[in-house]
Design a protein around this ligand. Structure first.
Ligand code: 6MZ
Length: 363
């Protein structure tokens, strides 16, 4: 197994519908094509395309949503996405998704999230620990091996999963508030926070602010997609809000960088995503380099492993190669991500132990 794959990793910025397997997306699109809902020959070309502009990425998301937004499919893709991350040794995954309402098939935001949770329970290839108050028993319920072999129990892989509910920038204040209320109700099922995402040229900060403030008052963690396009006022407002993390942080000016660094707001870095969408022209001018050298808190993430054909192992490989990092530094970079997870101190402690024991066998 390649070293990058064996390395234990923490994924904190992964959108469910962006992480869908290519094979699954094509299979589902073909089935809808056969039913006459979409024209498969046109869609196939869009799915298989490799480099996409920012605009095209969001057009693809609209298409993916037509293909995936029913309860059974949401459950299936959640299960597969977790299996895929676990198979490359992601030991903690914060998965984010936008709760969607679709009256024509009886889907509410709540039933959408319930379908996601059903997907968490459906994973059998690995132990999925997602309920904060029930971390140990869920492992057993989910994945008790069929034999009585004690070794078997001990050697099964385990992944911690937490959920972030996303507010889409197209949504109204009321819809954003509905997502926050749902997150609060579903905390016992592993929902830990709120993400603001969606097409960055759409919507206004003031629309989401009431819901984000309320979420924070109620103790939910907040992460914001910040500075994906040049929008100086919004970037300043977002940094002033002091979220627990931000994603991307591309178009910040000198003053914003100073503020980000002095407030030590951790940044979710998505290298391949930024390069593929041409938001950053090349890896050597990516702000990751400066933030890493400045020892700013950061975490490498995939963003949309399906849409951008990447994996977290690949992101570590790209980062290490471009900065000339040795294995020890890469291991530390990965381990340090634990400090920015939105889970409690017990989970962090477990993860540290996990990394320490992996360090012995990783050379
Ligand atoms: C902003 C993004 C994104 O929520 O349906 N999303 N938002 N910037 C990005 N960078 C390229 N990548 C994904 O997952 C897909 C949704 O996540 C957001 C978009 O709102 C997209 O529709 P879910 O599971």
């Amino acid at each position: 197994m390649e070293w990058w794959v064996s390395l234990p990793k923490v994924e904190l910025h992964a959108h469910l519908n962006g992480s869908i397997r290519h094979s699954t997306l094509l299979e589902l699109a073909q089935a809808l094509g056969e039913k006459g809902v979409i024209d498969f020959s046109e869609v196939e070309h869009v799915i298989l395309k490799n480099d996409r502009s920012f605009r095209e990425v969001f057009k693809l998301f609209d298409l993916i949503h037509i293909i995936t937004t029913d309860h059974a499919t949401v459950t299936r893709i959640t299960k597969e996405v977790i299996e895929d991350f676990a198979s490359e040794n992601v030991v903690y995954l914060e998965l984010r998704t936008t709760p969607k309402r679709n009256d024509s098939i009886g889907m509410s935001k709540r039933s959408y999230v319930e379908a996601v949770i059903k997907g968490l329970r459906a994973v059998s290839s690995v132990d999925v620990a997602f309920m904060p108050d029930n971390e140990n028993s869920i492992n057993l319920v989910n994945s008790l091996p069929t034999t009585n072999d004690k070794c078997n129990v001990n050697t099964r892989k385990r992944i911690f999963v937490r959920l972030l509910l996303s507010i889409d920038r197209r949504e109204t204040t009321a819809a954003a508030m509905e997502t926050v209320m749902l997150a609060l109700e579903m905390r016992h099922l592993g929902v830990v926070g709120i993400d603001l995402s969606g097409n960055p040229v759409v919507g206004e900060w003031t629309t989401y602010l009431p819901a984000l403030k309320f979420a924070r008052e109620q103790g939910l963690y907040i992460t914001l997609h910040c500075g994906e396009v040049p929008n100086s006022l919004e970037i300043q407002n977002m940094l002033d809000f002091l979220p627990q993390r931000i994603g991307h942080a591309i178009f910040l000016d000198e003053q914003d960088w100073r503020k980000l660094k002095s407030d030590k707001i951790p940044v979710e870095i998505c290298l391949t995503s930024n390069l593929r969408t041409m938001s950053v022209p090349s890896i050597d001018v990516h702000h990751f380099v400066d933030l890493y050298n400045a020892k700013h808190p950061l975490v490498l993430c995939t963003d949309d492993s399906g849409v951008f054909s990447t994996s977290l192992s690949n992101e570590y490989k790209i980062a290490a190669t471009s900065l000339g990092l040795g294995k020890k530094e890469v291991f530390e970079l990965s381990k340090n991500s634990i400090e920015f997870v939105f889970a409690d101190s017990g989970v962090k402690e477990e993860l540290r132990k996990n990394f320490d024991s992996a360090a012995k066998s990783l050379d």
